[in-house]
Design a protein around this ligand. Structure first.
Ligand SMILES: NC(=O)c1ccc[n+]([C@@H]2O[C@H](COP(=O)([O-])OP(=O)(O)OC[C@H]3O[C@@H](n4cnc5c(N)ncnc54)[C@H](O)[C@@H]3O)[C@@H](O)[C@H]2O)c1
Ligand SMILES: [Zn+2]
Length: 376
């Protein structure tokens, strides 16, 4: 990854040969989006795709920026929420795009969170066998995770994110000021993915977060910029080495094997947001690592303490889990799409900043951990 974190805005290049692209990070970038876009558009025509929560705050400023750069634009406003990431909404979106006469020179602009980014990116991957798209992520989760890496897609009846394509954006514009309108709970959930990068491979970043997390949550522009830049660097570094997720990219699933089991039980809904599930999952992964003698107990305690201090869930206590059992959770883990050859892969840690991937974990230890978590 080629990076110029000090420039204004910060500029990181995701190195993927001919498909390389920049991630721009800074406060107030939306106002200059036309200028940044002009550098990557095949033709001065875009269709902005956004959702009903984002549009009232951020669509008009983006449209003004496009006008200022003489870029033609149309907008499609999707219904907000995860249920939008399905076949029928994709069909509707593709129909509207074709109805508006998109051609190979048109670029789609995804203005929103991971839902808008995923469905817009997938539409861009399949319309006319593939047109360009740009990400303007407006949630913390999307700025540090979903907008980078080129995974696009929708959910199927059989499960989340089972239909999609790798399609890299031409540019990512992460304007940290757009986070000012995001619900605090969504911001906190996204923060769990920020912590994840520290836990995977960067103890210095984790220590910085332990000091500065409240600045990030309270809107401090410099702290947000540092958090987003460091997270994107970490993700871009993994993606440019392992675009299609064979090896190192698996580390990004820290906390996700446990997390997905909890999301499956809570129905992927409002009771437990994805980032909240990941927070609990990371605590469980560190606890398991400590129990297996791989990781100092003090590190597991530090992870739990930090997330708890910020108001993220760190156990199953707040969830309606009367009907759950360790067996049910284990069966969700075994059917996770990342499972290869029957055994779930776990991301464990030798300490904060030292995660590794293994499919050789004693099921008895996992069952005991889950039983204790359910009983707590
Ligand atoms: N492609 C990937 O690599 C990848 C990685 C992680 C997650 N994802 C996907 O991302 C999705 C989750 O993303 P998310 O957490 O951003 O969810 P989201 O897109 O649903 O956004 C969360 C909520 O915040 C609202 N919102 C977004 N930006 C706002 C703003 N600036 N102000 C006010 N409201 C705003 C949205 O309308 C929504 O109600 C999931 O579908 C997940 O599968 C994809
Ligand atoms: Zn995640």
């Amino acid at each position: 990854v080629n990076a110029d974190p000090q420039s204004e805005p910060a500029r990181l290049e995701v190195g993927l040969g001919a498909r390389s692209y920049d991630i721009l990070v800074g406060a107030g970038l939306l106002a200059d989006a036309g200028t940044y876009l002009s550098g990557v558009l095949a033709a001065p025509r875009v269709v902005v795709v956004t959702d009903g929560n984002v549009a009232p705050h951020h669509l008009a400023p983006l449209e003004a920026a496009l006008d200022a750069a003489a870029i033609q634009h149309a907008a499609i406003v999707l219904e907000a929420g995860e249920q939008t990431k399905d076949f029928s909404h994709l069909q509707d979106l593709v129909g509207k795009l074709l109805g508006q006469g998109v051609d190979r020179g048109t670029t789609l602009v995804a203005l929103g969170g991971g839902v808008v980014g995923d469905i817009t990116g997938f539409a861009a991957a399949i319309v006319l066998r593939g047109i360009d798209f740009v990400q303007i992520p407006t949630t913390l989760l999307a700025q540090v995770d979903s907008s980078v890496g080129g995974k696009t897609g929708i959910n199927a009846e059989n499960g989340k994110n089972l239909v999609g394509a790798f399609h890299q954006p031409k540019l990512v514009i992460a304007d940290t000021e757009t986070l000012n309108t995001l619900a605090p709970r969504e911001l906190r959930a996204g923060y769990a993915e920020v912590v994840k990068y520290g836990l995977i491979g960067d103890r210095v970043f984790f220590d910085w977060l332990a000091e500065n997390a409240s600045r990030i949550l309270n809107g401090d522009a410099d702290a947000r910029r540092h958090a987003v830049v460091t997270s994107c660097l970490a993700k871009a570094d993994v993606v440019s080495e392992d675009e299609h997720e064979h090896g190192r990219r698996a580390l990004l699933n820290l906390g996700h094997t446990f997390g997905h089991a909890l999301e499956a039980e809570t129905g992927f809904g409002d009771e437990l947001l994805h980032g909240e599930a990941v927070a609990i999952g990371m605590v469980l992964a560190f606890e398991l690592s400590a129990r297996l003698g791989l990781c100092p107990e003090a590190d597991a305690v530090a992870v739990r303490g930090h997330l708890q201090d910020l108001g993220l869930p760190v156990g199953l206590g707040g969830l309606k889990h009367d009907a759950w059992s360790a067996e049910i959770l284990l069966s969700h883990m075994a059917s996770d799409k990342k499972v290869r050859g029957g055994k779930p892969t776990f991301i464990l840690a030798r300490g904060i900043g030292a995660a590794f991937s293994t499919d050789d974990v004693d099921t008895g230890a996992v069952r005991a951990l889950l039983e204790d978590a359910l009983a707590a």
